[in-house]
Design a protein around this ligand. Sequence first.
Ligand code: ZN
Length: 196
Amino acid sequence: MPNLRARLLVVDDQALIRTCLSELLTEHGYGVRVAFDGFSALAEIRKEVPDLIVSDLNMPGMSGFELLSVVRRRFPSIPVIAMSSAFARGQLPVGVAADAFYEKGVDPGLLLQIVESITHSRNPHPIDRSRLLAPIWIPTNGHDPAGEPYVMVICSECLRTFPQTLRGNSGPIEHTDCLYCHSPIQYAIVHSAVAA
Ligand SMILES: [Zn+2]
């Protein structure tokens, strides 16, 4: 397929959304692959690195929060559009590693515009990625034996994991030091209860 405008990867757990977006984008000359959650998206990226990723945020398995944080770390050159119907435009949670946000359900023409503007701006990229320190997004694990909510934090330096108890009134991004190598870690919690 020589005349593709760009190769996109669309990630959404809802088959209807995947089909609609993939038809719309294909009609407009884009090459489209689809994935149903973060894990299957990473598998697709391993097969072939896309020019742009369009990803839902609330998905079972590996959510978009986690996926985008992994993509930003491992494939920092791939631009990403986050989409959701759970957040109004401009109210994307702090720390989501995306270049643009599309509010699901509003005019799909708007998504086309965003895709077009990102795929056309070859250089230099409008966002200085080095200044975007993407936190690691992690799902909650439930409660520890003492009844406290906790998460398992993964250190990106030494790759060890350790449990971290969650305090009540915490900010959107948490800071801690690795239990093993003491490197500073930023993380944010994926609240799976957020309505999709
Ligand atoms: Zn460490």
